[in-house]
Design a protein around this ligand. Structure first.
Ligand code: URA
Length: 208
């Protein structure tokens, strides 16, 4: 698995602001969107281009366009929705495929309870977004699902990753690329990333 911890100063600065204990819902949301947009810029740097001819102001001209069936953004409910607008900022026409995963209390296994995927997802680049890669369970289940639907080109964008989640993801899906603003120290006994951001879903939605 290719892991990119993106050290761009803007990303590091904004992520630092997100770690502030008393941050407001509004500010956390804004920063989640901004960091997601910057991660998207990095994650799309290798998109293939093709030359097309258009009619320019002074006649026909050759320009570059992104090649192929384009992209679907895949937010994992619910916290992944907090990254969606940031991704769409750079790709406003991208289609969105939503996945909901919960963890069964007894088996502790991730279970899909909602999926609404775009057509021809197997021909698209899937940009899967979830702010916190903790144990990696939901992410692994989402990638299992996407691959079952034929997705071959998958990139994962998270704001903060735990080493435990990265190791699990690497084991389950060694072929994907992951972009993160930070690799933090560890998971605590409650499954929170340390130092992390706290509960990212609560902070994005203003719940407690
Ligand atoms: N989910 C969160 O929102 N925060 C964590 O630290 C881990 C999982």
């Amino acid at each position: 698995m290719q892991i990119r911890e993106v050290k761009h100063p803007l990303i590091q600065h904004k992520l630092g602001l997100m770690r502030e204990a008393e941050i407001s819902t509004k500010r956390f949301r804004e920063l989640a969107r901004e960091v997601s947009a910057l991660l998207t810029y990095e994650a799309t740097a290798d998109l293939a281009l093709e030359t097309v001819t258009i009619q320019g102001w002074a006649g026909d001209i050759q320009v570059q366009q992104i090649k192929g069936k384009k992209i679907t953004v895949v937010p994992i409910l619910r916290a992944g929705l907090g990254m969606m607008d940031g991704v769409l900022e750079h790709m406003p026409s991208a289609k969105v495929s939503v996945v909901g995963i919960y963890r069964d209390e007894e088996t502790l296994q991730p279970v899909s309870y909602f999926e609404k995927l775009v057509s021809q997802i197997d021909e698209r680049l899937a940009l899967v977004v979830d702010p916190m890669l903790a144990t990696g369970g939901s992410m692994i289940a989402t990638l299992d699902l996407l691959k079952k639907k034929g997705c071959k080109n998958i990139k994962v964008l998270v704001l903060v990753a735990a080493p435990e989640g990265l190791a699990a993801l690497e084991q389950a899906h060694p072929d994907i690329e992951l972009y993160t603003a930070a690799i933090d120290e560890r998971l605590n006994e409650h499954g929170y990333i340390m130092p992390g951001l706290g509960d990212a879903g609560d902070k994005i939605f203003g719940t407690k």
